[in-house]
Design a protein around this ligand. Structure first.
Ligand code: PEP
Ligand code: MG
Length: 594
């Protein structure tokens, strides 16, 4: 992929000792270059009383700042539309909409008039309330979106204080910042940005999405990069592994320059695979599809050659919403995805709420991961579930949608969910609305109990999708988000491997199609093993698609089965990993593995 990897040839290298920070690999590629410290002072806001005769002047200042902010944002929107297309640019449309929120700004106006306070204070105070609600959400996505609100607020404040933001780089540089908003990421990309590296942010943040779309390497969530570097320091950003090397030695720079050349060549090879099927050398075809959260990702996954969508996390539609999106709103979204991917298959997972994700109502649970989540919520919130299933069915007229139920732990749940699906179908029939009567129905295998009853479950569904993210945490009793036990969260624990083998075997004995949409499906070290265990579909994040395809296309099914058999004989995770690691080193030296 041309332009994915950028290198800055160094003239001088600092002699200080190098320091390696580890963050989240958010956009692939390797860059080496000097730091441009993108600093945005948090606005200092004083609360001041304003004389009644000056209130009009404050309001005029507000209107002027809003007009200027609107102009700036529309410029960014236009630039994003031009550079990335309509879909990606929607992020900025959302910000423009915040600026046009008449309820919010009427409230601000009234407060200035009645409280006789300075405009900066009221703007800050009112928008902050909104932001804090979003930040207090118990899902990561809404918290990330709070940055949009913060960005709009800070933009207005900056304009009120008539400050200019420096976003012009001298030459090419690695942008380092505490956090980057979508607008920062976009505006800075008008310069020659080699990479982004930030303290905050995660893989689902706007910065990550935009960096991938812009093909600029990014490592986020580094926590302390802003305190570890100064303007002009040389850094290496490795968007594959999530490492940032500060003040690298000559030797390290050379290594990375060589690695970059290697990847560049490899990326070129990979891009040649885009339109080829995910097929082993002896002709076993598997589906290689993508996990999708935002519709903005559709262009990217198509470009990466996805065979379809193996997991659409529909709960994303609930982000930042006080009420559930209506049936029509959902229909529009599902239809957009189905149309964009047609004739490829789109698997829509019904709202997976609870656990670490957003909730339908405020509930305090002592142990949310073992609590009210996924299908358990949907079956109790029957009207919402029915509405979602109606929307999915109405979007299914092109017959490329499948529906997937999350967090299934017993047969009764699947039967009840199917009953509601039948109810939705019957309503639509009565209303003479077209839908796919033969829509395929699947269950996520995330709870060990569901795996144990696979023989019975297979009678009820057309396919299953193994959600290893949850399955591993429930099988090994290790919270997937708890850093104290993260070393015990083991994809290659023999129990996990043997359990997956069993799930696939049992499902296949009933002619059920088996996919995997947990992160393990996108781990290159697991590809040959999963292939050998007989997995039919790998659903992975867009960035991983080409390398997983490369592995599949370079392996014979026979050999994969042999390797899987060998893996099943090992007794510890260490043995399995070291075996797979050396197999990968020998067969796929180009593919970076942990
Ligand atoms: C999983 O559990 O593996 C999965 C894909 O679902 P999520 O990560 O959304 O919980
Ligand atoms: Mg899950």
């Amino acid at each position: 992929m041309a332009g994915l990897i950028t290198v800055f040839i160094l003239e001088t290298v600092d002699t200080q000792q190098e320091l390696v920070l580890k963050g989240i690999a958010a956009s692939p590629g390797i860059a080496v270059g000097p730091v441009f410290f993108f600093e945005k002072d948090a606005p200092t806001i004083e609360e001041r009383s304003v004389a009644r005769e000056d209130v009009e002047r404050e309001i005029a200042r507000l209107n002027q700042a809003l007009a200027r902010s609107g102009k700036e944002l529309r410029k960014i929107l236009e630039y994003a539309q031009k550079r990335l297309g309509e879909h990606q640019a929607k992020i900025f449309e959302a910000q423009v909409l915040i600026l046009e929120d008449s309820f919010l700004f009427d409230t601000i106006l009234k407060r200035i008039q009645t409280e006789c306070k300075n405009v900066e204070y009221v703007v800050h105070n009112e928008i902050e309330k909104y932001r804090l609600v979003m930040l207090g959400a118990n899902d990561e996505y809404t918290r990330e979106r709070a940055h949009d609100v913060e960005d709009v607020r800070n933009r207005i404040l900056r304009n009120l204080q008539e400050q200019k933001l420096i976003s012009k780089l001298e030459g090419s540089a690695v942008v380092v910042s505490y956090n980057l908003t979508a607008a920062d990421t976009m505006i800075l990309s008008r310069n020659e940005v080699l990479a982004y590296a930030t303290d905050a942010g995660g893989v689902t943040s706007h910065t990550a999405l935009l960096a991938r779309a812009l093909k600029i390497p990014a490592v986020l969530g580094l926590r302390e990069i802003t305190s570890a570097v100064r303007n002009g320091d040389v850094v290496i950003v490795d968007g594959y592994s999530g490492a940032v090397i500060i003040r690298p030695s000559d030797k390290t720079v050379k290594e990375y320059v060589a690695r970059r050349a290697h990847f560049e060549q490899f990326e070129q090879q990979l891009s040649g695979l885009r339109d080829l099927p995910a097929e082993t050398t002896d002709g076993r075809h598997v589906e290689l599809s993508a996990n999708v959260e935002f519709i903005q990702e559709l262009d990217f996954i198509r470009m990466q050659g996805a065979d379809g969508i193996g997991l659409y996390r529909s709960e994303i539609l609930l982000i930042g919403k006080e009420v559930f999106p209506s049936e029509d709103e959902q229909l529009q979204n599902y239809k957009h995805i189905a149309d964009a991917m047609f004739p490829k298959r789109v698997t829509i997972r019904t709202f997976d709420i609870g656990g670490d994700k957003m909730m339908v109502q405020k509930v305090k649970e002592r142990n949310p991961f073992l609590g009210w989540r996924g299908i358990r919520v949907l079956l109790e919130k029957r009207d919402l579930f029915l509405e979602q299933l109606r929307a999915i069915l109405r979007a299914s007229t092109r017959r490329n949608i499948a529906v997937l139920f999350p967090m299934v732990s017993n047969l009764k749940e699947v039967r009840a969910a199917k009953e509601i699906l039948e109810q939705a179908k019957s309503q639509l029939r009565d209303e003479k609305i077209e839908f796919d009567d033969k829509i395929t129905v699947g269950a996520m295998i995330e709870v060990p109990a569901a795996a144990v009853i696979m023989d019975d479950l297979a009678q009820e569904v057309d396919f299953i999708s193994i959600g290893t993210n949850d399955l591993i945490q429930y099988l090994l009793a290790v919270d997937r988000g708890n850093e104290f036990v993260s070393s015990l969260y083991q994809e290659f624990h023999p129990a996990v491997v043997r359990f997956i083998r069993r799930i696939i075997e049992r499902a296949k004995s009933h002619d059920i199609w088996v996919g995997m949409c947990g992160e393990m499906a996108g781990d290159p070290m697991a590809t040959v093993l999963l292939l050998g265990l007989g997995l039919d579909e790998f659903s992975v994040v867009g960035t991983s698609l080409p390398e997983i395809k490369k592995i599949i296309r370079s392996t014979s099914y026979e050999e994969a089965q042999r390797i899987a058999q060998r893996v099943l004989e090992f007794e510890t995770e260490d043995e399995i990993k070291s075996y797979l690691r050396s197999m990968m080193k020998e067969k796929f030296p180009d593919i970076p593995i942990e």
